[in-house]
Design a protein. Structure first.
Lengths: 244, 248
């Protein structure tokens, strides 16, 4: 299977602070990759460097065989992105935001269909600011999936969703994965990571402390559950240095 | 391409109208100024023995108020607001280009300006008997040209201002002096000599001189310098705004 996302020796620092150090990863076609770590471990910086919205200091990135900075317009016809924060115009409605986003691509799927699958079709006429946190989160997943992408980046996929909604999102993503969609996600929910991810990478202060599958992560740790294993690797809570 | 432009234009225009501020500053304000000047000066001749009235002389200036409001206030503020809200960041991970984003906004403020021009003309014609003595094709051509030049200033400020606050300050520094001292509201002809020297520094003053010449049918040689100044501004500002466009 081909590598859809390839990252080699990626490093990024802000002044003297290393946000990402020597990150290497590869994500194969039709698989789900989880980038994990505590807040401030460098996940968002890594994603932004991979997407080309931040400049990295050294390393190499390719998505679908393209350099995201050089081939931006071509690449993002086939790549969907959901950022951690929702960004939208004041007073814009759900329908308008979908319509505009759809118009940016040469090919796109019917947004009403996607809104329906994510259970927010009834909100089409509402303004985005009127939505609940969970509805807005689902809307931005819909926007990421609109171009019928080959790859999606989902930063903090289900933050703000209730359990039922999270399970529904997992089901939709699993179906899309079965159809060949490649996914790179970050998440703070280990049950979600266990349910979705084929490969994971755990970051701590910008460094890779584990790379492999969920079962491997458990077996290489002194713990029996993935949640405990993750905490052991990431040492979450043991550090106050969370402002990277 | 056309689909993107049309959809974005439709939505952005709707959002802009919901905001109301351009309706006030670009549509209502020129009409208010027109009516005030019309009531004060009526159909009086611009000068003793002049072939045109005072209001006809001021028409070019009044018509440019909407250009000024949209170009140096509306345009830079909306672009920097979209950067601040990280809307541009989201656009960056889609295939859309900066040229498209800026063109849509330019089209919106062009629409406001043309609507304002039409309203000002109709009201001036029927309330105060304004006659367009010059060539209407020259006037409309000149209007679009002045618009391009003034909008390019706004594109530059919006494209490169580091944050909304600085964009707001620059926009105010450009907008208020141009509104008052370029001859758009306060007629150039009633300004004392010293004030005219200040006015001549402002880009819009040159635009208004051009519009005045076109609307009054004044000789071509008087417009050469304004045209050169405005072309230079447009080239420099559009170049800078595209070259240094900031997504974040």
């Amino acid at each position: 299977m081909e590598d859809v996302i390839k990252v080699r020796q990626l490093s990024k620092s802000y002044k003297d602070l290393a946000a990402v150090k020597d990150l290497s990863l590869s994500v194969k076609h039709g698989t789900v990759f989880g980038l994990l770590g505590a807040n401030g471990a460098g996940k968002s910086s890594a994603i932004e460097c991979i997407l080309g919205t931040k400049k990295y200091d050294s390393g190499m990135v390719s998505i679908l065989g393209m350099d995201p900075q050089a081939k931006r317009k071509l690449l993002f016809e086939n790549v969907g992105v959901q950022f951690q924060e929702a960004n939208y115009q004041d007073k814009i409605t759900v329908g308008e935001l979908c319509e505009v986003t759809e118009s940016l691509y040469k090919k796109a799927v019917d947004y009403r269909n996607l809104l329906g699958r994510f259970g927010i079709l009834s909100k089409e006429k509402n303004t985005v600011s009127e939505l609940s946190g969970g509805e807005r989160q689902r809307l931005f997943i819909v926007l990421a999936l609109l171009p019928d992408p080959e790859v999606v980046f989902l930063d903090e996929l289900t933050t703000g969703l209730d359990t039922k909604a999270r399970h529904e999102v997992w089901k939709i993503l699993s179906n899309l994965k079965a159809k060949g969609l490649t996914i790179l996600l970050t998440s703070h929910f280990m049950d979600e990571v266990e349910a979705l991810c084929d490969t994971i990478c755990i970051l701590k202060k910008g460094q890779t402390v584990f790379y492999g599958t969920v079962p491997e992560a458990i077996s290489k740790s002194p713990h029996d559950t993935f949640e405990d294993a993750y905490l052991w690797y990431s040492d979450e809570g043991a550090d106050d240095d969370e402002n990277i | 391409m056309m689909k993107t432009f049309r959809t974005m234009l439709k939505t952005e225009l709707k959002l802009s109208l919901k905001g109301m501020d351009m309706f006030i500053f670009a549509i209502c304000m020129p009409l208010v100024v027109l009516i005030i000047l019309g009531v004060i000066y009526g159909n009086k001749a611009a000068a003793h023995g002049a072939e045109y009235s005072f209001l006809e002389q001021s028409f070019g200036g009044i018509a440019s108020i909407a250009i000024c409001a949209g170009g140096v206030m509306g345009l830079p503020l909306v672009v920097s607001d979209y950067r601040n809200k990280k809307i541009l960041k989201r656009f960056r991970v889609t295939p859309v280009s900066p040229v498209m984003i800026l063109s849509v906004q330019v089209a919106i403020y062009t629409t406001y300006s043309l609507v304002s021009l039409l309203l000002v003309f109709v009201v001036a014609r029927f309330m105060f008997g304004l006659r367009l003595q010059g060539n209407i094709v020259y006037f409309i051509g000149g209007y679009l040209f002045v618009m391009l030049s003034i909008f390019s200033i706004g594109m530059m400020v919006g494209g490169i201002a580091p944050n909304t606050k600085i964009a707001g300050i620059i926009a105010s520094i450009l907008y208020f002096p141009m509104l008052i001292f370029s001859g758009a509201t306060l007629p150039y002809e009633v300004m004392p000599q010293a004030l005219r020297k200040v006015a001549d520094v402002l880009p819009l003053t040159w635009g208004i001189k051009l519009l005045k010449a076109a609307s009054l049918g004044l000789p071509v040689d008087s417009v050469l310098i304004p045209i050169i100044v405005l072309i230079a501004i447009a080239i420099v500002c559009i170049g800078i705004s595209l070259r240094f466009f900031k997504w974040e």
